[in-house]
Write a protein that binds this ligand. Structure first.
Ligand code: MRU
Length: 344
């Protein structure tokens, strides 16, 4: 089942909040449902959020009634601004919306009636390109590990978070297809459990040897020498290599440094934000404290009214990152030089 699919009746997504128990698609047929689906992580993972947002804006463009291009474009910008506010950290969301806005501007001389179809073509291109990028990332990532290696991953950066293969899980899935064997440790990833619910589900389905661990067990498996590489995804990579990813990632990077395990970030160029100088410029999403207090528990597991701090992402310092694996190759420090070179 595809995680995002455009059909004549509208945009369908696999509701990731129901996994692993239930595989159910939902139709996003209003702007409010689109916003809610992104904000509540029914569709999630930086590249998938971008793909989804592209299709959302293309679908909303069909309902715009305008007399001329300026009127059409003003309404399109409004819809884009609405969707953009759904989640702040993953740069792919704004990147995809900006791509559709640019496509509209480039076609301003076409008949207004042709624009929604053109925007849909652009959204499809984003989707197609993501598949190609994931494949390339997987190939590059596979050169960094050997048959039989132990790999630790945090959160979920697999097919559900992208299109095909995924980023951090891409080399594992591609290598498995080629007959290699890896032993994967999946951090459960509190508080929303993407590792438990999604990563272990995807890897188990693909026949990968996966062991689920609580987030606070990563140091134990590293200390025992069971991990030869850490593979994680990314939501926004700053020009200096500082990388925002799911909360807890930076702690894993610190542990990896201590135990001498290489720490790799894998992501498409759409996740690299050269306009962001350092990690300090990356907006970090703060989420509802109830996710910590009671979500997934039968009853609240913290005293009523206790203060909770719930940032959804953290920034891993570039100094802790061994390499950043992209669809155009593997970037090594100094990232101020290797990352901009990807776009030349
Ligand atoms: O809050 P989420 O589940 O959208 O966070 C996802 C992550 O942090 C992923 O690691 C990242 O988006 C990369 S997905 C290829």
């Amino acid at each position: 089942m595809e995680n995002i699919r455009m059909a004549p009746e509208g945009l369908w997504i696999l509701d990731q909040t129901l996994l692993p128990g239930e595989e159910r698609e939902i139709l996003l047929d209003s702007r409010e449902k689109m916003f809610e689906a992104i904000a509540s992580l029914r569709v999630r993972g930086a590249p998938a959020i971008g793909i989804c947002a592209g299709y959302c804006l293309a679908a909303l463009a069909r309902d715009i009634r305008a007399e001329d291009f300026p009127g059409f474009y003003a309404a399109l910008e409004q819809e884009a601004a609405y969707l953009r506010a759904s989640r702040p950290t993953a740069v792919n969301l704004g990147w995809a919306l900006d791509r559709l806005l640019a496509a509209a501007r480039a076609n301003r001389d076409r008949p207004l009636a042709a624009l929604p179809e053109l925007l849909l073509r652009e959204a499809e291109a984003i989707h197609r390109e993501d598949k190609d990028m994931c494949r390339a990332i997987s190939e590059y990532g596979l050169t960094l590990v050997r048959d039989g290696d132990g790999i630790l991953t945090h959160c979920n950066a697999g097919p559900l978070a992208t299109s095909q293969y995924g980023t951090a899980l891409g080399p594992i899935l591609l290598g498995t297809e080629r007959g290699m064997r890896f032993r994967v440790f999946a951090d459960e990833t509190r508080p929303l459990l993407q590792g438990a619910r999604l990563t272990s589900y995807e890897l188990q389905k693909a026949g990968v040897d996966v062991t689920l661990i609580c987030d606070n067990m990563a140091s134990v498996v590293m200390k025992q020498g069971w991990v030869q590489a850490v593979f994680v995804g990314c939501d926004r990579v700053a020009r200096n290599g500082d990388t925002a990813n799911k909360i807890g990632t930076s702690g894993v990077a610190v542990l990896a440094k201590y135990y001498g395990v290489p720490f790799y970030v894998l992501g498409p160029r759409s996740t690299i934000d050269l306009a962001c100088a350092t990690g300090a410029d990356i907006p970090i999403e703060l989420r509802d404290p109830e996710e910590i207090r009671r979500k997934f528990y039968e009853r609240p597991m913290a005293p009523e009214g206790v203060r909770c701090y719930n940032p959804a992402f953290d920034v891993t310092d570039a100094a802790l990152i061994t390499a950043i694996v992209t669809d155009k190759g593997i970037c090594r420090p100094p990232y101020e030089e290797s990352l901009p070179a990807l776009f030349r």
